[in-house]
Design a protein around this ligand. Structure first.
Ligand code: F6P
Length: 342
């Protein structure tokens, strides 16, 4: 078969493991021809592509990012964008397309599938907010990076008797904040799913002071909100998929905490550091499992489906089930983090 492959949306550690696995099984076992579309949907819309051969796939397993490049280009934003993408799919004489992406990229994949393109999806995001799969690859790496940062911030916070506010990624879901908060021993974790007041956080900080703990670590997801308006100043820039470019809650919170507790406070924004660099072993394994499953799904004709982790097994589920909403942090997990807010 002649199969197109693209990576769309924010990059994520483990993407190259998926590409390598698709390539190795596709080229070696199925004798497929693989066409790598560059920079997400832009590659299909503007015909920017490369032939993926074994040489391209060598030495990439441990590399962060994606050898295919990525973008947030959305065919929907261009008049006749879908028609153009479909015409190019035919022009390239592709038999199928494997789309590796998050909610936005997979929504386009679903639409294209409904328009008759044979598509298999692979869920990807450090945010872990895609439904119908237990976990997305990239999340484990992001949590490890954030945890290491929190560990480092602990010692400097303690030496200077400061309150450190660590802002991590997570637009609609606070998975990275909750997991790294638990792993790093955070004193408070603020996530979009569980808005609170500044007083809730101050109570914890003051409680610690009363016990002689003159420092605190507060982890906050970039998309979190406080119940009081006016504390957060966030950018209003919008990308092609209508997502607001977030950032700023950490800084706003640090200022308010300093003002209202008298404790010197600092904000640290981890930002894209969480998305860069080498994937953990877990993400390399999950990416490899997803890649092998995706190429098998193409050959089984399981179109309109995406790979999904269920326990330790990878299964095929409808893309529609994955993208219907954002998978948010469950109460049970957040309750674990909350035990340590005191
Ligand atoms: O990949 C998803 C994500 O990590 C979000 O948590 C974050 O808001 C967004 O990407 C930022 O991405 P970019 O700056 O590349 O648009």
């Amino acid at each position: 078969m002649r199969i197109g492959l693209l990576t769309g949306g924010g990059d994520c550690p483990g993407l190259n493991a998926v590409i390598r696995a698709i390539g190795r099984k596709g080229i070696v076992q199925y004798k497929d021809e693989l066409i790598g579309l560059k920079n997400g949907w832009a590659g299909l819309m503007y015909l920017n592509h490369i032939n993926l051969v074994r040489k391209n796939l060598s030495g990439i397993l441990h590399l962060g990012g994606t050898i295919l490049g990525s973008s947030r280009t959305n065919p929907e934003k261009e008049e006749g964008g879908y028609e153009r993408a479909i015409a190019n799919f035919k022009k390239l004489e592709l038999d199928a397309l494997i789309v590796i992406g998050g909610n936005d990229t997979l929504s386009v994949a679903q639409k294209m599938h409904e328009m008759g393109v044979p598509i298999v999806g692979v869920p990807k995001t450090i945010d872990n907010d895609i439904c119908a799969t237990d976990m997305t690859f990239g999340f484990d790496t992001a949590v490890s990076i954030a945890t290491e940062a929190i560990d480092r911030l602990h010692t400097t916070a303690e030496s200077h008797h400061r309150c450190m506010v660590v802002e991590v990624m997570g637009r609609h879901a606070g998975w990275i904040a909750t997991y790294s908060g638990i792993a790093g021993g955070a004193d408070f974790v603020l996530i979009p799913e569980e808005p609170c007041t500044v007083d809730d956080i101050i109570e914890v900080v003051k409680g610690r002071m009363a016990r002689g703990k003159l420092f605190s670590i507060i982890v906050v997801a970039e998309g979190a909100t406080l119940l009081e308006p006016g504390v957060i100043a966030q950018s209003r820039e919008i990308d092609d998929f209508g997502n607001v470019r977030l950032g700023g809650i950490g800084d706003g919170l640090a200022r308010v905490l300093e003002k209202r507790t008298g404790i010197e406070s600092r904000a640290v924004v981890l930002g894209h550091v969480q998305r860069g660099g080498t994937p953990t072993a877990y993400d390399r394994v999950l990416g490899s499992k997803y890649g092998v499953a995706a190429i098998d799904m193409v050959h089984n004709g399981e179109f309109g489906m995406m790979t999904s982790l269920q326990g330790t097994k990878v299964r095929a589920v409808p893309i529609l089930d994955g993208i219907k909403e954002s998978k948010t942090v469950d109460k049970e997990t957040y309750e674990v983090a909350k035990v340590f807010f005191e």
